[in-house]
Design a protein around this ligand. Sequence first.
Ligand code: A2P
Length: 331
Amino acid sequence: MRLAVVGATGMVGQSFLKVLEEYVQKGKLRIDEFYLFASARSAGRKLPWLGGEYEVEELTAQSFDRGIDVALFSAGGAASLQYAPIAASKGCVVIDNSSAWRMDGKVPLIVPEVNPEDVQWNKGIIANPNCSTAQAVVALWPLHKRYGIKRVVYSTYQAVSGAGMGGWNDLVEGLNGRSPRKFPHPIAGNCLPHIDVFMEDGYTKEEHKMINETRKIMHQPDLPITATAVRIPVFTGHSESINAELNSPFELEELTQLLANSPGIILQNDFTNNEYPMPLYADGRDEVFVGRIRRDYSVPDGVNLWVVADNLRKGAATNAVQIACLLNTTV
Ligand code: A2P
Protein backbone atom coordinates (compact mmCIF):
# COMPACT_ATOMS: atom_id res chain seq x y z
CA MET A 1 0.00 0.00 0.00
CA ARG A 2 1.21 3.54 -0.81
CA LEU A 3 0.24 5.55 2.23
CA ALA A 4 0.39 9.22 3.21
CA VAL A 5 -0.06 10.97 6.56
CA VAL A 6 -1.44 14.50 6.33
CA GLY A 7 -0.80 16.57 9.45
CA ALA A 8 2.21 14.39 10.28
CA THR A 9 3.75 16.92 12.68
CA GLY A 10 0.62 17.24 14.82
CA MET A 11 -0.50 15.46 17.97
CA VAL A 12 -2.61 12.85 16.16
CA GLY A 13 -0.16 12.79 13.22
CA GLN A 14 2.59 11.64 15.56
CA SER A 15 0.30 8.90 16.86
CA PHE A 16 -0.42 7.85 13.26
CA LEU A 17 3.33 7.34 12.79
CA LYS A 18 3.69 5.29 15.98
CA VAL A 19 0.65 3.09 15.32
CA LEU A 20 1.62 2.55 11.66
CA GLU A 21 5.11 1.54 12.72
CA GLU A 22 3.68 -1.06 15.10
CA TYR A 23 1.20 -2.40 12.55
CA VAL A 24 3.96 -2.82 9.94
CA GLN A 25 6.30 -4.47 12.46
CA LYS A 26 3.56 -6.91 13.49
CA GLY A 27 2.79 -7.72 9.85
CA LYS A 28 -0.76 -6.35 10.09
CA LEU A 29 -0.21 -3.79 7.31
CA ARG A 30 2.22 -3.58 4.40
CA ILE A 31 3.41 -0.13 3.37
CA ASP A 32 5.44 0.05 0.16
CA GLU A 33 5.69 3.84 -0.13
CA PHE A 34 5.29 6.35 2.69
CA TYR A 35 4.70 10.12 2.44
CA LEU A 36 4.35 12.83 5.07
CA PHE A 37 2.53 16.14 4.62
CA ALA A 38 1.93 19.17 6.83
CA SER A 39 1.72 22.92 6.33
CA ALA A 40 4.44 25.06 4.69
CA ARG A 41 5.79 25.73 8.20
CA SER A 42 7.03 22.14 8.49
CA ALA A 43 8.20 21.56 4.92
CA GLY A 44 11.69 20.05 4.90
CA ARG A 45 11.52 18.76 8.47
CA LYS A 46 12.64 15.14 8.77
CA LEU A 47 10.72 12.69 10.92
CA PRO A 48 11.96 9.27 12.01
CA TRP A 49 9.88 6.25 11.00
CA LEU A 50 10.68 2.53 10.96
CA GLY A 51 14.42 3.09 11.27
CA GLY A 52 14.54 5.64 8.43
CA GLU A 53 13.91 9.35 8.00
CA TYR A 54 11.09 10.85 5.97
CA GLU A 55 10.92 14.45 4.83
CA VAL A 56 7.73 16.39 5.49
CA GLU A 57 6.32 18.02 2.36
CA GLU A 58 3.97 20.98 2.15
CA LEU A 59 0.43 19.80 1.38
CA THR A 60 -0.68 21.15 -2.01
CA ALA A 61 -3.24 20.30 -4.68
CA GLN A 62 -0.53 18.29 -6.45
CA SER A 63 0.41 16.15 -3.43
CA PHE A 64 -1.75 13.23 -4.57
CA ASP A 65 -0.58 13.14 -8.19
CA ARG A 66 1.69 10.16 -7.52
CA GLY A 67 -0.70 7.24 -7.04
CA ILE A 68 -1.19 7.29 -3.26
CA ASP A 69 -3.65 4.55 -2.22
CA VAL A 70 -4.62 5.74 1.27
CA ALA A 71 -4.14 9.05 3.10
CA LEU A 72 -4.70 9.47 6.82
CA PHE A 73 -5.71 13.09 7.41
CA SER A 74 -5.48 14.94 10.72
CA ALA A 75 -4.73 18.52 9.75
CA GLY A 76 -7.94 20.23 10.85
CA GLY A 77 -11.32 20.66 9.19
CA ALA A 78 -10.32 23.36 6.71
CA ALA A 79 -7.50 21.28 5.20
CA SER A 80 -9.79 18.23 5.04
CA LEU A 81 -12.56 20.14 3.30
CA GLN A 82 -10.11 21.52 0.76
CA TYR A 83 -7.82 18.55 0.09
CA ALA A 84 -9.81 15.34 0.78
CA PRO A 85 -11.93 15.73 -2.41
CA ILE A 86 -8.77 16.43 -4.43
CA ALA A 87 -7.11 13.29 -3.06
CA ALA A 88 -10.27 11.23 -3.69
CA SER A 89 -10.47 12.52 -7.28
CA LYS A 90 -6.96 11.12 -7.84
CA GLY A 91 -8.01 7.62 -6.70
CA CYS A 92 -6.78 7.92 -3.12
CA VAL A 93 -9.01 6.83 -0.21
CA VAL A 94 -8.90 9.47 2.53
CA ILE A 95 -9.46 8.42 6.14
CA ASP A 96 -10.25 11.76 7.72
CA ASN A 97 -9.90 12.45 11.42
CA SER A 98 -11.50 15.91 11.34
CA SER A 99 -15.21 16.48 11.86
CA ALA A 100 -15.57 18.01 8.38
CA TRP A 101 -17.10 14.97 6.63
CA ARG A 102 -18.47 12.85 9.46
CA MET A 103 -22.15 13.69 9.09
CA ASP A 104 -22.12 13.81 5.27
CA GLY A 105 -24.62 11.20 4.03
CA LYS A 106 -22.23 10.14 1.26
CA VAL A 107 -19.35 9.51 3.69
CA PRO A 108 -19.22 6.41 5.90
CA LEU A 109 -18.25 6.98 9.54
CA ILE A 110 -16.57 3.86 10.83
CA VAL A 111 -15.51 2.14 14.03
CA PRO A 112 -14.28 -1.27 12.85
CA GLU A 113 -15.63 -3.13 15.91
CA VAL A 114 -19.12 -1.79 15.08
CA ASN A 115 -19.75 -1.11 11.38
CA PRO A 116 -16.83 -2.40 9.25
CA GLU A 117 -19.27 -3.20 6.42
CA ASP A 118 -19.79 0.53 5.79
CA VAL A 119 -16.32 0.70 4.25
CA GLN A 120 -17.82 -0.87 1.11
CA TRP A 121 -19.87 2.16 0.07
CA ASN A 122 -17.08 4.73 0.43
CA LYS A 123 -16.54 7.05 -2.52
CA GLY A 124 -13.01 8.06 -1.61
CA ILE A 125 -13.56 9.66 1.81
CA ILE A 126 -14.13 7.73 5.04
CA ALA A 127 -14.61 9.62 8.29
CA ASN A 128 -12.90 8.66 11.53
CA PRO A 129 -15.13 9.50 14.50
CA ASN A 130 -14.69 11.95 17.32
CA CYS A 131 -12.38 10.46 19.96
CA SER A 132 -15.00 10.26 22.72
CA THR A 133 -17.51 8.62 20.40
CA ALA A 134 -15.13 5.93 19.14
CA GLN A 135 -14.44 4.48 22.58
CA ALA A 136 -18.07 4.79 23.68
CA VAL A 137 -19.55 2.82 20.78
CA VAL A 138 -17.04 -0.02 21.23
CA ALA A 139 -18.62 -0.55 24.66
CA LEU A 140 -22.23 0.18 23.66
CA TRP A 141 -22.42 -1.94 20.52
CA PRO A 142 -22.31 -5.40 22.19
CA LEU A 143 -25.04 -4.22 24.59
CA HIS A 144 -27.13 -2.95 21.72
CA LYS A 145 -26.84 -6.21 19.79
CA ARG A 146 -27.74 -8.37 22.80
CA TYR A 147 -30.32 -6.26 24.68
CA GLY A 148 -31.16 -3.23 22.53
CA ILE A 149 -30.44 0.27 23.84
CA LYS A 150 -33.27 2.60 24.77
CA ARG A 151 -31.38 5.70 25.94
CA VAL A 152 -27.81 6.84 26.66
CA VAL A 153 -26.37 9.50 28.99
CA TYR A 154 -22.72 10.40 28.36
CA SER A 155 -20.55 12.37 30.81
CA THR A 156 -16.94 12.73 29.73
CA TYR A 157 -13.63 13.59 31.36
CA GLN A 158 -11.35 14.39 28.44
CA ALA A 159 -7.58 14.80 28.16
CA VAL A 160 -5.90 17.97 26.86
CA SER A 161 -4.20 16.12 23.96
CA GLY A 162 -7.66 15.94 22.39
CA ALA A 163 -7.17 19.65 21.68
CA GLY A 164 -3.88 19.03 19.83
CA MET A 165 -0.46 20.47 20.64
CA GLY A 166 -2.10 23.69 21.82
CA GLY A 167 -4.10 21.86 24.48
CA TRP A 168 -1.07 19.87 25.63
CA ASN A 169 1.03 23.05 25.90
CA ASP A 170 -1.67 24.83 27.93
CA LEU A 171 -1.46 22.13 30.60
CA VAL A 172 2.38 22.08 30.60
CA GLU A 173 2.56 25.87 30.80
CA GLY A 174 -0.33 26.09 33.25
CA LEU A 175 1.45 23.71 35.66
CA ASN A 176 4.25 26.31 35.63
CA GLY A 177 1.85 29.12 36.42
CA ARG A 178 1.54 30.56 32.91
CA SER A 179 -1.72 31.69 31.27
CA PRO A 180 -3.59 29.52 28.75
CA ARG A 181 -3.34 30.17 25.02
CA LYS A 182 -5.62 27.46 23.62
CA PHE A 183 -8.37 27.18 26.25
CA PRO A 184 -10.48 30.12 27.49
CA HIS A 185 -9.53 29.37 31.14
CA PRO A 186 -6.60 27.71 32.93
CA ILE A 187 -6.76 23.91 32.66
CA ALA A 188 -4.15 23.11 35.36
CA GLY A 189 -6.00 22.48 38.62
CA ASN A 190 -9.30 23.06 36.85
CA CYS A 191 -11.92 21.40 34.66
CA LEU A 192 -13.74 23.05 31.79
CA PRO A 193 -17.28 21.98 30.85
CA HIS A 194 -16.54 23.33 27.40
CA ILE A 195 -15.08 21.29 24.52
CA ASP A 196 -15.18 22.77 21.01
CA VAL A 197 -17.53 25.72 20.42
CA PHE A 198 -20.93 26.41 21.95
CA MET A 199 -24.00 25.84 19.78
CA GLU A 200 -27.21 27.89 19.91
CA ASP A 201 -28.97 25.33 22.14
CA GLY A 202 -26.28 25.65 24.86
CA TYR A 203 -24.68 22.30 24.09
CA THR A 204 -21.10 22.28 22.84
CA LYS A 205 -20.22 20.99 19.39
CA GLU A 206 -18.36 18.10 21.06
CA GLU A 207 -21.60 17.05 22.77
CA HIS A 208 -23.51 17.26 19.48
CA LYS A 209 -20.79 15.18 17.82
CA MET A 210 -21.11 12.45 20.44
CA ILE A 211 -24.87 12.31 20.00
CA ASN A 212 -24.98 12.43 16.20
CA GLU A 213 -21.96 10.25 15.52
CA THR A 214 -23.12 7.49 17.90
CA ARG A 215 -26.44 7.37 16.04
CA LYS A 216 -24.74 7.22 12.63
CA ILE A 217 -22.14 4.56 13.52
CA MET A 218 -24.73 2.33 15.23
CA HIS A 219 -27.33 2.93 12.49
CA GLN A 220 -29.80 4.12 15.14
CA PRO A 221 -30.84 7.56 13.83
CA ASP A 222 -33.45 8.13 16.55
CA LEU A 223 -31.60 6.77 19.61
CA PRO A 224 -32.23 9.14 22.55
CA ILE A 225 -28.82 10.35 23.79
CA THR A 226 -27.63 13.26 25.89
CA ALA A 227 -24.05 14.29 26.65
CA THR A 228 -21.93 16.56 28.84
CA ALA A 229 -18.29 16.82 27.71
CA VAL A 230 -15.66 18.12 30.14
CA ARG A 231 -11.94 18.84 29.68
CA ILE A 232 -9.80 17.81 32.65
CA PRO A 233 -6.07 18.29 33.40
CA VAL A 234 -4.95 14.88 32.14
CA PHE A 235 -2.48 14.67 29.25
CA THR A 236 -3.74 11.57 27.47
CA GLY A 237 -6.75 9.28 27.87
CA HIS A 238 -10.42 10.12 27.81
CA SER A 239 -12.68 8.75 30.57
CA GLU A 240 -16.44 8.45 30.25
CA SER A 241 -19.31 7.66 32.51
CA ILE A 242 -21.88 5.96 30.29
CA ASN A 243 -25.38 5.37 31.59
CA ALA A 244 -27.45 3.15 29.30
CA GLU A 245 -31.07 2.12 29.60
CA LEU A 246 -31.60 -1.21 27.85
CA ASN A 247 -34.67 -2.54 26.06
CA SER A 248 -34.71 -5.86 27.88
CA PRO A 249 -33.80 -7.27 31.30
CA PHE A 250 -30.24 -8.43 31.89
CA GLU A 251 -28.16 -10.40 34.36
CA LEU A 252 -25.21 -8.24 35.48
CA GLU A 253 -22.77 -11.16 35.30
CA GLU A 254 -23.86 -12.09 31.78
CA LEU A 255 -23.61 -8.46 30.61
CA THR A 256 -20.14 -8.20 32.15
CA GLN A 257 -18.95 -11.38 30.41
CA LEU A 258 -20.44 -10.15 27.14
CA LEU A 259 -18.32 -6.99 27.36
CA ALA A 260 -15.24 -8.97 28.43
CA ASN A 261 -15.55 -11.15 25.32
CA SER A 262 -16.25 -8.33 22.85
CA PRO A 263 -13.65 -7.15 20.34
CA GLY A 264 -11.39 -4.29 21.36
CA ILE A 265 -12.42 -4.34 25.03
CA ILE A 266 -10.36 -5.11 28.14
CA LEU A 267 -12.38 -5.56 31.31
CA GLN A 268 -11.03 -3.90 34.48
CA ASN A 269 -13.92 -4.48 36.81
CA ASP A 270 -12.67 -5.85 40.13
CA PHE A 271 -13.65 -3.16 42.62
CA THR A 272 -12.67 -5.39 45.55
CA ASN A 273 -9.05 -4.91 44.43
CA ASN A 274 -9.43 -1.25 43.41
CA GLU A 275 -9.30 -2.32 39.78
CA TYR A 276 -11.00 0.03 37.33
CA PRO A 277 -9.98 1.80 34.10
CA MET A 278 -7.78 4.91 34.40
CA PRO A 279 -6.32 7.19 31.73
CA LEU A 280 -2.75 6.90 33.04
CA TYR A 281 -2.73 3.17 32.30
CA ALA A 282 -4.65 3.38 29.02
CA ASP A 283 -1.90 5.65 27.64
CA GLY A 284 -0.22 3.97 24.66
CA ARG A 285 -2.82 1.18 24.43
CA ASP A 286 -5.11 0.43 21.50
CA GLU A 287 -7.94 -1.15 23.49
CA VAL A 288 -10.97 0.30 25.26
CA PHE A 289 -11.00 -0.36 29.02
CA VAL A 290 -14.35 -0.96 30.72
CA GLY A 291 -15.15 -1.23 34.41
CA ARG A 292 -17.31 0.01 37.33
CA ILE A 293 -20.11 -2.01 35.71
CA ARG A 294 -23.15 -1.72 37.92
CA ARG A 295 -26.92 -1.70 37.77
CA ASP A 296 -28.69 1.66 37.63
CA TYR A 297 -31.52 1.10 40.12
CA SER A 298 -33.35 4.27 39.07
CA VAL A 299 -34.83 2.66 35.93
CA PRO A 300 -36.00 -0.90 35.11
CA ASP A 301 -33.07 -2.04 32.92
CA GLY A 302 -30.26 0.48 33.39
CA VAL A 303 -26.53 -0.01 33.60
CA ASN A 304 -23.56 2.26 34.39
CA LEU A 305 -20.16 1.83 32.78
CA TRP A 306 -16.82 3.61 33.18
CA VAL A 307 -15.01 3.58 29.84
CA VAL A 308 -11.43 4.75 29.25
CA ALA A 309 -9.21 4.77 26.16
CA ASP A 310 -6.15 6.52 24.75
CA ASN A 311 -7.79 9.34 22.80
CA LEU A 312 -4.86 9.63 20.39
CA ARG A 313 -4.95 5.89 19.66
CA LYS A 314 -8.40 4.25 19.70
CA GLY A 315 -9.89 7.74 19.65
CA ALA A 316 -7.95 8.68 16.51
CA ALA A 317 -4.87 6.94 15.05
CA THR A 318 -5.60 3.31 15.87
CA ASN A 319 -9.16 3.54 14.62
CA ALA A 320 -7.95 5.14 11.36
CA VAL A 321 -5.24 2.50 10.88
CA GLN A 322 -7.81 -0.24 11.55
CA ILE A 323 -9.91 1.27 8.75
CA ALA A 324 -6.82 1.27 6.49
CA CYS A 325 -6.47 -2.45 7.25
CA LEU A 326 -10.11 -3.00 6.20
CA LEU A 327 -9.24 -1.31 2.90
CA ASN A 328 -6.03 -3.29 2.53
CA THR A 329 -7.83 -6.16 0.87
CA THR A 330 -9.26 -3.87 -1.82
CA VAL A 331 -6.30 -1.62 -2.74
P1 A2P B 1 2.22 22.18 10.95
O1 A2P B 1 2.93 21.48 12.07
O2 A2P B 1 3.10 22.39 9.77
O3 A2P B 1 1.46 23.41 11.40
P2 A2P B 1 -2.31 19.76 15.97
O4 A2P B 1 -3.78 19.51 15.89
O5 A2P B 1 -1.60 18.85 16.92
O6 A2P B 1 -1.98 21.21 16.23
O7 A2P B 1 -1.70 19.40 14.50
C1 A2P B 1 -2.21 19.92 13.32
C2 A2P B 1 -1.48 19.29 12.15
O8 A2P B 1 -2.09 19.75 10.93
C3 A2P B 1 -0.02 19.71 12.03
O9 A2P B 1 0.72 18.66 11.44
C4 A2P B 1 -0.09 20.91 11.07
O10 A2P B 1 1.11 21.15 10.38
C5 A2P B 1 -1.13 20.40 10.12
N1 A2P B 1 -1.80 21.47 9.35
C6 A2P B 1 -2.52 22.51 9.83
N2 A2P B 1 -2.99 23.26 8.81
C7 A2P B 1 -2.58 22.66 7.67
C8 A2P B 1 -2.76 22.95 6.28
N3 A2P B 1 -3.47 23.99 5.84
N4 A2P B 1 -2.18 22.12 5.37
C9 A2P B 1 -1.47 21.04 5.80
N5 A2P B 1 -1.27 20.73 7.09
C10 A2P B 1 -1.82 21.53 8.02
